[in-house]
Write a protein that binds this ligand. Structure first.
Ligand code: C2E
Ligand code: MG
Ligand code: MG
Ligand code: MG
Length: 279
């Protein structure tokens, strides 16, 4: 009967579910020692001004070189780091390491660092940022912190306090992945962002003539009216770039220009770009 069948199903699936849970527990365990093991690496993706074609900044993107599984993408390990609270330590390391790297570049470009909602809810976040700026010597105006709308849904007042503390330091705040999740235009009125990052999904569908161009145009206009800039994420084609430029988007980042690369390669890219500009 149903019971027997249910039991059989249970027996059939149990080992697989165990395997998934075991793999996840193993990752969790490995993640705990990843900082000490020097297993994290930060890659930098250039951000390009759509009018001048110059590199005006970059985004720090975390990579985990797992001892047996190879490179694991942040899409896989950041959620685990968030669930376990390890993101606070990992995020602090990333911020400090990225600032220490960026302060060595001769180009006066911005460095964007992603801040998880879990980190954002720490009342000490602004203190941490101030301390990292102090110890690395990176000027506050060169640092951008990227947050998603997820930071805004829990406690508006606490979120606003933290945003204002960070801006008081002279750091800029970007709203990442705009247009995904619980997007609301009212966030743009209530919270003091400096930049909106238009999610790759909109950039992707520019070619589909399904109205995403109109949405991007609306976001660009709202941003401009509130003295915010816009960065398009995931630009992969010349056509996308040209349309974004025509729509008045400020900056772009994406594989068309360059993927995220390790620090030495990024430095070389900066040098090459500088020389190309001069020539
Ligand atoms: P994000 O902050 O929206 O970062 C942009 C993602 O898009 C990156 O993926 C980047 O490599 C990818 N990307 C850039 N250009 C293109 C393109 O032209 N095409 C396509 N298909 N993808 C492109 P990545 O590095 O895998 O990071 C994924 C997400 O993981 C990030 O999304 C961010 O939410 C999170 N993340 C990465 N590093 C950190 C970190 O240090 N701290 C935190 N809290 N989250 C991080
Ligand atoms: Mg980001
Ligand atoms: Mg994004
Ligand atoms: Mg994203």
């Amino acid at each position: 009967g149903a019971k027997a069948h249910g039991r059989r199903t249970f027996r059939f699936f149990q080992p697989e579910m165990d395997a998934v849970a075991r793999a996840r527990r193993q990752l969790e365990f490995d993640l705990r020692s990843a900082i000490a093991d020097d297993a994290f690496e930060i890659h930098y993706q250039p951000v390009v001004d759509l009018r001048s074609n110059k590199i005006t900044g970059c985004e720090a993107l975390l990579r985990w070189r797992h001892p047996t599984r190879g490179m694991i993408s942040p899409g896989e390990f950041i959620p685990i780091a968030e669930d376990t609270g390890l993101i606070n330590e990992i995020g602090g390391w990333t911020l400090a390491a990225a600032c220490a790297e960026a302060v060595q570049w001769t180009d006066d470009i911005t460095l964007a660092v992603n801040i998880s909602p879990v980190q954002f809810r720490q009342p000490t976040l602004a203190l941490l940022v101030a301390s990292v700026l102090g110890s690395t010597g990176l000027p506050a105006r060169r640092l951008e912190l990227e947050v998603t709308e997820a930071v805004l849904i829990h406690d508006d007042d606490a979120a606003l306090t933290t945003l204002n503390q960070l801006r008081a330091l002279g750091v800029r705040i970007s709203l990442d992945d705009f247009g995904t999740g619980y997007s609301s235009l009212s966030y743009l009125q209530r919270f003091p962002f400096d930049k909106i990052k238009i999610d790759r999904a909109f950039v992707d569908s520019i070619d589909n003539a399904d109205g995403s161009t109109a949405i991007i145009e609306a976001v660009v206009n709202i941003a401009a009216s509130r003295h915010m800039t816009t960065t398009a994420e995931g630009v992969e084609t010349v056509r996308q770039r040209d349309i974004l430029r025509a729509l008045g988007c400020t900056q772009m980042q994406g594989y068309l220009f360059s993927p995220a690369t390790p620090a030495p390669k990024f430095r070389a890219l900066l040098t090459k770009h500088r020389n190309t500009e001069a020539a």
